[in-house]
Design a protein around this ligand. Structure first.
Ligand SMILES: Nc1ncnc2c1ncn2[C@@H]1O[C@H](COP(=O)(O)OP(=O)(O)OP(=O)(O)O)[C@@H](O)[C@H]1O
Ligand SMILES: [Mg+2]
Length: 287
């Protein structure tokens, strides 16, 4: 079920604005713009090919604003492929091709047709394996800000602290900001990567199995974090863990062999799936 059309406070994404100004973040340009059906994005008949191999087949998916949408499905069904369309990672490799659209609101522009560099500034991604840069903790979080042209030290300091607090890592690293990111535990590194993704204040964050390399305690921390972040930022998360999807997501989409089989409220998908294939998958009978 989709929320009705509703006005939300929305920040325009003027990436060229006033670098170095502490208020030059996305929250400065607030205006009230209605999002269609409360969606931040709408995938419409999206197909994708790796060369001659078609990995997505006319996929449709609404992505509700500031909620968590989980993507589930067996290995090879196209979850990561779909996620990577959202930040145009595929454009880094020759021979890849899109057809269809990802409408991004409220601009109402086709995400797969605009400048990939701009898309990556607006949509952050966190991967399965923590991948901090071989730099200090501070430099990792500041990296995305510097790309945006923010250079003033006091502004960087403030934004780095804010992102680290947001990622529930500040207290653990505040006395070692200049230490190497590689000196952190796996769970801390993943929260650092989340802080790095959060620092430029993106419209959406994509998570591709962000906890599969972590122990249960670190996993619980990331799950808490994802839930806290929803409400502020729109989240699309791939997970193989059905309990995780049901714990942390508001909406769930089930994919099979490049196709979108079912989408709905997480409670509904897990308790009363409409498609028998969804039922088989979530009850562990295939995949
Ligand atoms: N770089 C690539 N070149 C060619 N085919 C690819 C490439 N990456 C993925 N594929 C194919 O596209 C399909 C979808 O792969 P994708 O990685 O999106 O699956 P997934 O659902 O994320 O699986 P997993 O759960 O194992 O991560 C698979 O058949 C895969 O073999
Ligand atoms: Mg994958």
């Amino acid at each position: 079920m989709q929320p009705n059309l509703r006005p939300i406070t929305r920040e325009t994404t003027d990436v060229s604005s006033a670098p170095g100004d502490s208020n030059a973040d996305l929250h400065r340009h607030q205006e009230s713009v209605p999002l269609p059906h409360g969606n931040r994005a709408d995938v419409r008949k999206l197909s994708f090919w790796y060369g001659k191999t078609q990995a997505l087949k006319e996929v449709n998916l609404p992505v509700v604003d500031r909620k968590v949408t989980a993507l589930i499905g067996p290995s090879g069904c196209g979850k990561s492929t779909l996620l990577r369309c959202f930040n145009r990672m595929h454009d880094l490799y020759p021979g890849n091709r899109y057809d269809g659209e990802i409408r991004l609101y409220p601009e109402d522009e086709n995400l797969v047709a605009i400048d990939p560099g701009l898309v990556r500034l607006r949509i952050g991604m966190v991967f399965q394996k923590p991948n901090p840069f071989p730099k200090s903790i501070y430099a990792n979080v500041a990296a995305g800000l510097e790309v945006r042209g923010i250079k003033k030290r006091s502004v960087l300091d403030e934004r780095v602290e804010r992102a680290l607090r947001h990622a529930a890592l500040w207290d653990e690293v505040k006395d070692r900001l200049n230490g190497s990111a590689y000196g952190l535990s796996g769970g801390q590194q993943q929260r650092l990567c989340i802080a790095r993704a959060l620092a430029p204040e993106p419209e959406m964050i994509l998570f591709d199995e962000p906890t599969s390399a972590l122990d249960p305690l670190a996993t619980a921390k990331i799950e808490d974090l994802v839930q806290q972040l929803a409400g502020e930022v729109t989240i699309l998360i791939v997970t193989h863990n059905m309990q995780q999807a049901s714990r942390i997501s508001d909406f769930t989409a089930f994919m099979l062999m490049g196709e979108m089989v079912e989408y709905g409220n997480t409670d509904q998908v897990f308790t009363a799936p409409e498609d028998p294939r969804t039922d088989q998958y979530i009850t562990g009978r295939f995949g």
